[in-house]
Design a protein around this ligand. Structure first.
Ligand SMILES: [Zn+2]
Length: 404
């Protein structure tokens, strides 16, 4: 049943204003961005229904007691449907409401997770249609500590020891805090994406033992000049020396310019790797990408060679020599079309007949925290503070709530 309720309205106006004044307590995670609002179809569940808040002076918040809500985009507006069903033996008929607000927030009526298209999340969800009515953003807002707990499962390994979870918890919280600050400065509608470009996040989980690391590092981040550091991390650095990377502007993040080699990760299987690929297969893979129009006139690949790398061993460009012409290719274009073949940009390349052999180092970008290195440091009894100081020199631990 949909009920207008003035008291709820004033409570939530206050709540929304309060939330923005203390924005570091909660994080807004972008779950999806769809370029065609009319194609928006969301199914949202909460066992006790919802409080729906249109962010508009013309519309008031309302209660929806029904546990299932369907939301569709309709010419830049939101169409909210409920399914007919029984609640407490009372038949609730199907209802539909149209909201012209640009943004609506949907919060479970009672403290429970919210299910959005079959995935469960803590907090609430906000749907925002941009002012040109061309894109909609689906955003999950939740307490930062709950977010860090959720991300641990996806960016760490659940079976790793608690000290390693603490390393990852501080790195994850710091990265999130930095994104939140940047979003605030840009007045963006969300703080962070839910994918590998930021941090992987896929809602709630039941790996409760990970809460210990969250509790034991609560509110802790690492800072440089009183600002949350850019805590990049990857699976394995391969022993490269980050300060020798020439494509990174370290002036903005001097703590990423580590000038010593991590060899703690040397027992990890991808510390060194090898990948073979035939000239024919690489040609076909490239022709299946957006590079098709540039590669096709060059003809089938005869030779591939590195033409630009830096002192850290990062290959920036390769030359594709075809039967009918040559083309310069950025490494990430080759990397993308070889799937999991190339684990990093740190490799050498040899060709024998029509077989290319890539010999490489590490798994990832080589900057910041090396997860398998940190894991090995825990085995050698380093604590999380020492590990973070090792991978992020010139930073210090700070309490996020004390940062202005
Ligand atoms: Zn390493």
């Amino acid at each position: 049943m949909i009920i207008m309720h003035a008291a709820i309205f004033y409570f939530f106006v206050f709540f929304i204003q309060g939330a923005s004044a203390n924005s570091l307590a909660e994080i807004r995670v972008l779950l999806d961005k769809v370029e065609a609002p009319n194609k928006m179809h969301l199914t949202i569940h909460a066992p006790d229904g919802f409080i729906i808040i249109p962010h508009s002076k013309k519309s008031k918040p309302f209660l929806e007691e029904h546990p299932c809500l369907l939301i569709e985009g309709q010419n830049g507006s939101f169409l909210l449907h409920t399914k007919p069903s029984l609640i407490s033996n009372k038949k609730i008929p199907k209802q539909s409401v149209l909201s012209n607000a640009q943004t609506i927030t949907i919060t479970p009526r009672k403290k429970s997770p919210i299910t959005i298209n079959d995935k469960q999340y803590y907090g609430n969800c906000t749907i925002h249609i941009d002012k040109h009515k061309k894109s909609y953003y689906l955003i999950n807002t939740l307490p930062l500590e709950e977010y860090v707990y959720s991300v641990l499962l996806y960016e760490s390994y659940a079976h790793w020891p608690n000290e390693m979870q603490k390393v990852q918890a501080v790195a994850t919280r710091t990265f999130a805090a930095r994104c939140m600050n940047e979003a605030k400065n840009k007045q963006a509608v969300y703080d962070i994406k839910n994918n590998i470009f930021h941090q992987r996040y896929d809602g709630t989980h039941n790996y409760d033992h990970l809460r210990q690391a969250i509790e034991e590092t609560k509110d802790l981040i690492i800072t440089h000049e009183n600002r949350a550091a850019l805590t990049m991390f990857d699976a394995c650095c391969g022993g490269i020396i980050p300060s020798k990377l020439d494509t990174i502007d370290f002036s903005k993040a001097p703590y990423l310019k580590r000038s010593y080699r991590c060899t703690f990760c040397k027992n990890f299987s991808l510390y060194r790797w090898k990948y073979n690929c035939s000239l024919h297969d690489l040609t076909q893979s490239l022709l299946a990408t957006s590079l098709k129009s540039k590669v096709r006139p060059c003809g089938p690949l005869k030779k591939l060679q590195v033409i630009d790398h830096d002192a850290a061993g990062s290959v920036n460009y390769l030359e594709y020599r075809g039967r009918a012409g040559n083309i310069k290719l950025a490494t990430h274009k080759i990397k993308n079309c070889l799937g999991n073949g190339l684990r990093s940009k740190f490799f050498t390349l040899k060709q024998k007949g029509d077989i290319l052999t890539f010999k490489g180092k590490g798994f990832g970008h080589g900057l910041g925290l090396c997860q398998h290195g940190a894991r090995a440091m825990v085995n050698k009894n380093y604590d999380y503070k020492k590990i973070l100081a090792y991978y992020f020199p010139k930073t210090k631990l700070s309490l996020l709530s004390k940062i202005k």
